[in-house]
Ligand binder design. Structure first.
Ligand SMILES: NC(=O)C1=CN([C@@H]2O[C@H](COP(=O)(O)OP(=O)(O)OC[C@H]3O[C@@H](n4cnc5c(N)ncnc54)[C@H](O)[C@@H]3O)[C@@H](O)[C@H]2O)C=CC1
Ligand SMILES: CC(=O)C(C)=O
Length: 257
């Protein structure tokens, strides 16, 4: 059987890097797609050094043409296309009165439109090859319950959960599943930046900013990117074949339903 191919957007650092490394360990050929081409290439090289198969592609997820071209390129280079992880996202700290039209456009284009373009581009390949593909979108615990100071970000992540449900229904008859993962407070550049901003806005330090989020974690530790990658590996693999339209919360017990 030929090696399955997964593409991870925002794969150059943080959660996306951990997902790329984990999917490689699970046997996927991996495409690391990121705005930061140099860092994506470093991750691809590290995976290859560990014996995996990986390529780096430059991608701006907010550009539809770029997304279609990148997916075609990956399918050509790696000989197929089975899984898309729509992981790239922006997480600015935005008290409600600070949101500008420019910031709204930027964040919605990356966090929401980017996922739509990704689904469309992956669909083109799945249809071409008759693949029972899997699409996996990054939402957040902040897309399950509104978080203070993150109105713009939180609202995009609510939208991603909605998009995941609708796409799952629309694509089910083509045997394509669409699911999402909702991380909690993960040790990545994005989260350290949010903690810094929230702390600074309150006249406090970064640790105080982090604790405003971390105090709600039942398991009493911040998340490693690998915690999230493990859940994404499940959604990318065959054990999740009968699951679609769902969001898996990987937050150490922050949100309960
Ligand atoms: N860190 C956390 O605590 C949480 C993160 N998430 C979500 O997980 C995902 C990954 O987050 P982190 O690893 O923390 O973020 P990060 O900011 O550390 O890394 C994001 C990566 O995405 C890339 N990227 C940004 N804009 C891009 C674009 N337009 N096109 C292609 N690549 C782009 C960046 O270059 C970077 O490599 C995001 O969707 C985020 O919203 C969700 C919940 C919690
Ligand atoms: C960055 C993020 O998704 C949080 C705080 O949940």
């Amino acid at each position: 059987m030929s090696q399955k191919v997964a593409m991870v957007t925002g794969g150059a650092q943080g959660i996306g890097e951990a997902i790329s490394r984990r999917l490689s360990k699970d046997g996927f050929a991996v495409a690391i797609a990121d705005l930061n081409e140099a860092k994506a290439a470093e991750v691809a090289a590290a995976i290859e050094k560990d014996g995996g198969k990986a390529v780096a592609v430059k991608l701006d997820v907010s550009n539809r043409d770029n997304f279609f071209a990148a997916v075609r390129d990956v399918a050509d280079q790696l000989g197929g296309f089975d899984v898309l992880v729509n992981n790239a996202g922006l997480g600015p700290t935005t008290p409600i009165d600070t949101i500008t039209p420019e910031l709204f456009d930027k964040v919605y284009h990356i966090n929401v439109a980017g996922d739509i373009w990704g689904i469309q581009a992956a669909l083109e390949q799945f249809r071409k090859n008759g693949t029972a593909g899997k699409i996996i979108n990054a939402t957040s615990q902040a897309g399950v319950v509104g978080n203070p100071n993150l109105s713009l970000y939180s609202s995009t992540k609510f939208a991603v959960r909605g998009l995941t449900q609708v796409a799952a229904r629309d694509l089910a008859e083509e045997n394509i599943t669409v699911n999402a993962y909702a991380p909690g407070i993960v040790k990545t550049p994005m989260m350290f930046d949010i903690a810094h901003q929230v702390g600074q806005n309150a006249g406090k330090d970064d640790e105080w900013g982090m604790q405003t989020f971390a105090k709600d974690i039942a398991l009493k530790r911040l998340s490693e990117p690998e915690d999230v990658a493990a859940a994404v590996a499940f959604l990318a693999g065959p054990d999740s074949n009968y699951i679609t339209g769902q969001t898996i919360e990987v937050d150490g017990g922050m949100q309960f339903h």
